[in-house]
Design a protein around this ligand. Sequence first.
Ligand code: 6R9
Length: 628
Amino acid sequence: MAFPLVSTLGEYHGRRDEARGDPERYWLRCAGALDWIAQPTHAVDANGTWFPDGRLNASVNCLDRHLETHGDATAMIWQGEEEDDVLHLSYRQLLAQVCRMANVLRDHGVAPGDRVAIHLPGVPEGVIAMLACARIGAIHVVLFGGFSPEAIADRLADSGAGVIITADVGRRGAKRIPFKATIDAALDHGASLPIRHVFVVSVTSETIPMTDGRDRFLSPLLSVASALCDPEAMEANAPLFLLYTSGSTGKPKGIVHGTGGYLLWAAYTHALVFAHAPGDIFWCTADIGWITGHSYVVYGPLANGGTILLFEGMPSHPHPGRWWRVIEKHRVTGFYTSPTAIRALMAEGDAVPERHDLSSLRVLGSVGEPISQEAWGWFHATIGGGRCPLADTWWQTETGGIMISLVPGAIEARPGAATFPLPGVTALLLDASGTILEGEAEGMLCIAGSWPGRALGIWGNEAHFHATYLRPFPGFYFTGDGARRDRDGYFWLTGRVDDVINVSGHRIGSAEIEDALAAEPAIAESAAVGVPHALKGQAIVVFVVSNGPAPDDILSRVARAISTRLGRYAAPERVYVVPDLPRTRSGKIVRRLMRKIASGDTEGFGDLSTLANPTAVATLIATVRPHT
Ligand code: 6R9
């Protein structure tokens, strides 16, 4: 059975009303679209636990169950960095590879509930490793390729992973990214980490250092492993994966997603928003190290039996039309990417995509940050030929999948608006005092009630989940985002209202950067803020107060501290050395003021007399003005 269809406004209203009126019935019916080992008899219990008595296996839902109807259909097209490096894996072949990997893990002592870290470039083994973990009930922890060794060591320590799957190197154009060396450095850094095995995928034939007894190349192990592997019957609320993301506190959070509710949400939202149909070739450009890669490269489209496209390379290498070439060559039907990528590709000019046949495209999506009307218009007209619906999809790591989005055919688009909550999602706007705002309004975006994709919690810190998301506005899930609702009920996202900076769709907490700088002896204190940036959406601006006379190399020390502690992805755009940071009388740094000044907006500060040091503001303005 498939998900209830939504392709007209009437159907959208029908589903929305059903989900509201009788959620038990609606979600049990939707759950029928998955294959269960033990069918759930309840959708959600009083504690907000989804499908409490259901049992299933996510890899079976993504692979085995499609064999009967289309086992020889392509599950994955992999386009390598080199134009001629292409791999087509049928569902049958992908299942065999997943089983081999699962057997290697099992043979090395990986048991249900164990954490397996995955740190890989855009090779098929990334998807295979995730599904292999799912098959044996292990919890995967995919670590983004851009993390520094220290950032990786922190996440390995927090997750307690015993096994890592990595690659010798990653390919980025002519460059080689040292994946294995990064893991080695992370393990040197965290000498007490309980890592038993490091499995290495050979992307190239380069020789790399291997540690005896710990490191093994995967391919000889896979070639002798059985292609059959019994799937583990998992409880619906057994964790499927942890994924680290940044919040407004310094420590990244391991967001835990369960098996049943999460998988249902990934598949349901993929079917609805991308109007999934048999034969579709879906390309989500996200790295599997982000939630978008989990839900829309892997779980959603494979659970729905589609063909996924995985691309190893970069958008503009070796030529600016590389992505468009990939779409043309592989006849991609659904294309899901980020505003940052769209802005960069738009800047290359219309002649680039016009050289390619993009007529296979049927539906487009955008995710990760607010999309401007201009970028929306260009994507829709120049890439979608004006005929493909373009869904601006709002959601978060914590929500598991898309929450607010256009549904093709049902909702009329408005460029730059995420439009309406999907059936089953009740989105609200609250003011700072927690009062629900009605009609046309701007406020803090919250979600009432639960939905199947909601994260189970934060790894090792249940109370933190509650404090972060549920306590600010009791009774509601608080997203950390601001939004505006227009007269017709359309939602327009306005950006984070907390201290989270969104650089090219990557979440970075102000406190994470400030913590990294606290470790640098030359710096007494610092404040990091996000400012608008034409290509990245937001860029990081850091204010530092030096400890005594500022050393000449303070700027490079700032850069080094951040790239060592977090990774190059968090590099600041501008750094200012200032004598003092504005703070309240109770000692809190007022980032709001710094954000305004760093954005070049130096008027209308309101009453500064509540600051402990009001003169700091004039100094900041004088320091920043020549640069904005
Ligand atoms: C899926 C993902 C979540 C944060 C979220 C918001 C921003 C995501 C957006 C959007 C405006 C959209 N965000 N999609 N803002 N319009 N369509 O990106 O997850 O990495 O956890 O980031 O990204 O601020 O709160 P994640």
